[in-house]
Structures are given as C-alpha cells and as structure tokens.
Ligand binder design. Structure first.
Ligand code: ZN
Length: 56
C-alpha cells in the first residue's frame, strides 16, 4: 500500500500528485479546509516538505 505524505499512514485509496501519494481522507480534508485554517498551513507544509525535498 502507498504511504500518504500528509498523515504518513498506509492507505489503499487515494490520489498521486507528482508521484506523491495523498490518501482519500486527507484529500477530502484538504478540499474542505479553509485557506485561513491552521490545518491548511499544515497541509501546505507537508506538501512542500515532501514534494520539494524529494524532487530537488
Ligand atoms: Zn493521509
């Protein structure tokens, strides 16, 4: 099973963005998270950290 880059859990369902996996529940949460929400910043941080570091 792929490992989600947001929650670091192995999940059977989700999407791949730039070869990185995001599970269904995290993707759903991201879609419904307000931009001003602290959780949104956490998502962006996780995405940047994982995508930029791995693709640098
Ligand atoms: Zn996840």
């Amino acid at each position: 099973m792929p490992i989600c880059i947001i929650c670091s859990c192995e999940k059977p369902d989700g999407i791949f963005i730039l070869s990185e996996f995001i599970c269904d529940s995290c993707e759903d949460e991201m879609v419904h998270t307000d931009v001003m929400d602290e959780k949104y910043m956490f998502f962006i941080h996780q995405l940047k950290t994982n995508l930029i570091l791995k693709n640098a």
